[in-house]
Design a protein around this ligand. Structure first.
Ligand SMILES: NC(=O)NCCC[C@H](N)C(=O)O
Length: 411
């Protein structure tokens, strides 16, 4: 049992106290038309305005008394220790296939930077011409890698702090992410959890990233203190969900005994469960109807903890009924994104109209552009705090994607 847990997340809706963010930086300006698709962007945001919008998002949270913690600051704190910095750079470069003398050359350059600039460079990417290679690898002089102006690609998705890990109960999963473009983000989480005094020794690690079972935080929803909903999606494999169930059902520190595995279409617009489904109150959810077939059916499996902590599985096909069953509710309110209209719903889903950050039961933070979904939520009694969304939305993630709750009041 952890004595002083640094994480407390026992729901999607308990009053939010502390949240992890990343302010978009130079990495956004290192996206080009050629790399956009590989870097998982649909357009190149205007950085200055993206930062204004992000600061507005952070201030909206701060004005509600929520502590905002920046992952880049935590990384800077951790890398101030020379031994940790060396370990981090070795791992980071290894994961980019640099070893031996070539690694020494790159480290030589990175070690000339202040810790602050090093962190910015890790996010922004390391441009090839900055390193004076005495010992280049073949892949630096021939083939497609050699054509890439970056030795290490930028991390433009880092402002979606939800995905590299998922905090639940007194711990987290540190995620092996699906696309190479995002994998270094969870290496950062790993080092912060291992070495930052705020977290080191004070968190349970339910899953680590040393696996090939893919999982991302946008798929991991904490419905209450013993039930999770996890998307089986473009980004999260069924094997990872099974592994998570096995760990949570058998670990003494975990209170979770049920995982609802919800299969969603595997595509870019709906890459994670939270792009189509969020919990906004005890008995209210927003949902994009496009995740169901024409009869309203879906492929859902409830994973339960059996007598010996083993995983027992039951199949379901109706989302509303399944939620009522696992949450023990007589009724619940599914609020359809864009009112289910065949034009408005997919447009607002594309711009993350289903991706709400719930900051207290019945109160959300969401993008202003999805005005039809906002009006509907208001009509259903939800308090909506609107944030600006012209540039941030170009990365295909909204309020929930841009935030990782670290501490919520228990319900
Ligand atoms: N939880 C989320 O849905 N996060 C949004 C991630 C968007 C990012 N461009 C990605 O493709 O991973």
């Amino acid at each position: 049992m952890i004595k002083n847990p640094a994480i407390q997340v026992n729901s999607e809706i308990g009053t939010l106290k502390t949240v992890l963010l990343h302010r978009p930086g130079a990495e956004i300006e290192n996206i080009t038309p050629d790399t956009m698709e590989r870097l998982l962007f649909d357009d190149i945001p205007f950085l200055k305005n993206a930062q204004i919008e992000h600061d507005y998002f952070a201030k909206t949270l701060q004005d509600k008394g929520i502590e905002t913690v920046y992952i880049e600051q935590l990384l800077e704190d951790v890398l101030a220790d020379e031994t940790v910095k060396d370990e981090f750079l070795t791992r980071y470069l290894n994961e980019h296939n640099y070893m031996n003398d070539a690694m020494k050359d790159i480290k030589g350059y990175l070690n000339t930077l202040s810790t602050h600039d090093l962190v910015s460079t890790i996010y922004a990417g390391v441009r090839r011409e900055l390193v004076d290679f005495k010992h280049p690898n073949l892949h630096d002089v021939a083939g497609s890698d050699a054509e890439n102006p970056f030795l290490m690609d930028p991390l433009p998705n880092a402002y979606f702090t939800r995905d590299p890990q998922a905090m639940m109960g007194s711990g987290l999963t540190i995620n092996y992410m699906t696309f190479e473009a995002r994998r270094p983000e969870s290496l950062i989480t790993e080092f912060v959890m291992k070495y930052h005094p705020r977290f080191a020794g004070n968190v349970d690690i339910w899953l680590d990233r040393n696996t090939d079972a893919r999982i991302e935080g946008g798929d991991e929803l904490v419905l209450n203190d013993h039930v999770l909903a996890v998307g089986v999606s473009q980004r999260t494999s069924s094997r990872a969900v099974q592994a998570l169930a096995e760990e949570l059902f058998s670990n003494q520190d975990s209170n979770f005994d049920t995982i609802v595995a919800v299969e969603i279409p595997h595509n870019h617009a709906m890459m994670h469960l939270d792009t189509v489904f969020t919990m906004v109150n005890y008995d209210q959810f927003t949902v994009f109807p496009g995740i169901m077939d024409d009869d309203g059916k879906m492929n859902i499996n409830i994973l339960h903890s059996g007598d010996q902590g083993q995983v027992v599985m039951e199949h379901r096909n109706n989302l509303k009924d399944t939620l009522k069953e696992v949450l023990k509710l007589d009724d619940l309110d599914l609020i359809e994104t864009g009112g289910g209209d065949p034009i408005i719903a997919p447009r607002e889903q594309w711009n993350d109209g289903s991706n709400n950050l719930t900051i207290a039961p019945g109160e959300v933070v969401t993008y202003d552009r999805n005005y039809v979904s906002i009006k509907l939520m208001q009509e259903h009694g939800i308090k909506v705090n609107e944030i600006k969304s012209s540039e941030l939305a170009r990365g295909r993630g909204g309020g929930r994607c841009m935030s990782q709750p670290i501490w919520r009041d228990n319900l």
